[in-house]
Unconditional design. Structure first.
Length: 258
């Protein structure tokens, strides 16, 4: 019996307008689907906590100079340590950013942004991507989903979402303790606490195995950076393909269908 192809690609939420390399992954996956059928799955790793992931680089319409924009988050602790699905957007961020956008994008994109709202960073990104039509016909599997986490395999290297000083933070589990990397050589060790599978997300080195234990894809579209750390030998049943080339890959994609 033939197996229906499952074509997957993964990415953290990568800006309130997505970075162009994510669009390249989507295009590659769609092109493959057109050739062989099957379904598309976006593994959205919204458990990541790094605020740099959502930096949105736009070019000034008059000067062409790049400008990095990003979300403002409710608290400093959240910004530094909370996963993207938990980071709450600060009051006033949406309005301030809306005022800046005419310098960088046209009216249709501005209207789309104006009509998008969400409480958290990850939810805002996903809603924008949907409104831009990028996720039409694509199943979204979120690494923050408790059901996904329950069904995932156990991994030896992982993070745990726990409460710390009134906020949910993503702490690294190591040597029987939970740690926050506070920069440089500084590490904060958290009080010992019990946790469940619903609080666990993988490290970079264990992400493929953890993801694949649930999605069970037949094909996986990789980005340039992923090639360096994916342990492809852990998924011998998967065909790995590099995403299509795209210019200015780290900048924001702001095109809308006609």
């Amino acid at each position: 019996m033939s197996v229906e192809p499952i074509i997957a690609f993964g990415q953290q939420p990568c800006g309130f307008f997505p970075r162009r390399f994510l669009v390249a992954k989507i295009r590659t996956a769609r092109r493959l689907q057109a050739l062989m059928g099957g379904r598309l799955v976006f593994f959205c790793h919204d458990s990541d906590h790094d605020p740099r992931e959502t930096r949105t680089i736009l070019r000034h319409r008059a000067t062409g100079e790049p400008a990095p924009l990003n979300f403002a988050v409710a608290t400093k602790l959240q910004r530094k340590f909370s996963p993207l699905y938990v980071k709450r957007i600060a009051p006033g961020w949406h309005g301030r950013t809306l005022q800046q956008l005419p310098n960088y994008v046209d009216g249709r994109v501005i209207d789309l942004f104006q009509n998008t709202s969400a409480v958290t960073v990850a939810d805002f990104c996903l809603e924008m991507y949907r409104r831009m039509g990028l996720l039409d016909g694509i199943d979204v599997a979120r690494s923050s989903d408790p059901a996904f986490r329950r069904n995932a395999c156990e991994v030896s290297e992982f993070f745990v979402d726990v409460l710390y000083e009134g906020e949910i933070v993503r702490a690294r589990a190591r040597d029987g303790a939970l740690h926050l990397h506070a920069g440089g050589e500084s590490v904060v060790t958290l009080p010992a606490t019990a946790f469940t599978k619903e609080q666990i997300s993988p490290t970079r080195d264990t992400r493929l195995r953890w993801m694949q234990s649930v999605i069970r894809c037949t094909h996986y579209v990789t980005g340039a950076g992923e090639q360096a750390y994916l342990h492809q030998n852990e998924a011998p049943q998967v065909t790995f393909l590099s995403r299509d080339e795209i210019d200015r890959s780290d900048e924001a994609y702001t095109e809308l269908p006609p």
